[in-house]
Design a protein around this ligand. Structure first.
Ligand SMILES: Cc1cc2nc3c(=O)[nH]c(=O)nc-3n(C[C@H](O)[C@H](O)[C@H](O)COP(=O)(O)O)c2cc1C
Length: 342
């Protein structure tokens, strides 16, 4: 052993002695979701994390998607540029935040114009709220949406369904029709893929069943358990009287619960299941959670995050790059050494 290796080994032994007390895990912390099988694989080496999958007709390098986050502010431009760069480098799907401002004006176009940076390979989707879709249809102006999709050169449109968020938002819209009616009407006119999502409270089984019978490209969960836009709007409204504990912001469905419903619906609907692609999101805070859920899904699935990407996209690009690299490597370690318990 050379001198340098010897001093590293000595330092390591000293670390081990110093950290032993803090390194007690306790059986109560055991992650019971997986069987750990240390016997059958080697470690991944650089670039071994690349496991191309086909999702929505495009190739992803990892089963990971960046959930829609708002554009339209100076900081959002930096955040979105970082997100677009990382989506391209790591071959991830990328959903824009609400592109509402582009329906009537091109002033903010550059905040959303990421196709040139992303290239053709990256799945890239625009985003609008169901209220805007309803209003645009009512005004006979649906061509504005088609034109926006074309200008952005996106693969399609994500529509967020958010009646509770709109209800809480001080300047929120009121829906005059049910989201299902609006979607059915819109889908007859859209010639591009359409994805539907919630914004932090997910969908119950009846809604999931109805969505899965529509010709949608995918359903993104936007489940309960992470960022919650009803809570966000409630916090913005300083005049509200809601006690903050028992309100409508605390209803909804977790990603795990929604996945159980999706699998049951696939079984019961059989051939009538038109939408068989899922973006599992809402409160997914680790690669292991994402891995568990996509493995259990009986249809094509990736997992997605909003807040964790936001946390790492506000500063320099290297911070975000490191965050994503750690996540895709952890996914690959999980694939090699863990079996999801069913
Ligand atoms: C800052 C921010 C802005 C968001 N803006 C949008 C939006 O414009 N459209 C949308 O569909 N969802 C939006 N979302 C919701 C996310 O896409 C996602 O559904 C939600 O945050 C739950 O994921 P998370 O728990 O990983 O954050 C936004 C989320 C964040 C954190």
């Amino acid at each position: 052993m050379n001198k340098e290796n010897q001093s590293t080994a000595t330092a390591r032994k000293a670390d081990h002695l110093a950290l032993t007390n803090s390194a007690q895990t306790g059986v109560e912390n055991l992650d019971q979701r997986f069987d750990y099988e240390p016997l059958f694989e080697s470690h991944p080496v650089v670039d071994d994390w690349v496991k191309p999958i086909t999702f929505l007709g495009k190739r992803l390098k990892a089963p990971l998607w960046i959930s829609s986050m708002t554009g339209g502010t100076r900081e959002a431009k930096t955040i979105n540029t970082n997100l677009a760069k990382v989506a391209k480098e790591f071959g991830l799907g990328f959903g824009l935040g609400s592109c509402r401002s582009l329906l009537d004006s091109n002033d903010r176009f550059e905040d959303f114009n990421f196709r040139p940076l992303l290239g053709e390979e990256t799945p890239f989707y625009a985003n609008l709220g169901i209220a805007q879709v309803e209003q645009t249809l009512a005004a006979g102006e649906v061509a504005k949406i088609h034109s926006m999709v074309e200008r952005l050169q996106v693969d399609g449109l994500i529509i967020h369904i958010n009646p509770l968020q709109e209800w809480f938002q001080p300047e929120g819209d009121r829906l005059k029709k049910s989201p299902l009616e609006t979607l059915q009407a819109f889908l007859t006119q859209a010639k591009y893929p359409v994805i539907v999502k919630e914004v932090g409270q997910g969908f119950g089984p009846r809604s999931l069943k109805a969505l899965m019978q529509l010709p949608l490209a995918a359903i993104e969960f936007g489940a309960f358990g992470g960022t919650n836009f009803s809570q966000m709007e409630r916090l913005r409204d300083v005049t509200n009287c809601n006690d903050g504990v028992h309100g409508l912001q605390f209803v909804g469905h977790t990603a795990a619960e929604m996945l159980t419903h999706v699998n049951q619906i696939i079984d019961t609907l059989g051939e009538a299941t038109k939408c068989r692609s899922f973006i599992i999101s809402g409160g997914i805070r680790s690669a292991l959670s994402g891995y568990e859920l996509i493995t259990q899904c009986r249809a094509e699935a990736v997992y997605a995050q909003a807040k964790p990407f936001l946390d790492h996209a506000r500063g320099d690009y290297e911070t975000l790059q490191k965050f994503v690299l750690e996540q895709v490597l952890e996914l690959e370690m999980a694939r090699r050494f863990l079996t999801v318990r069913l």
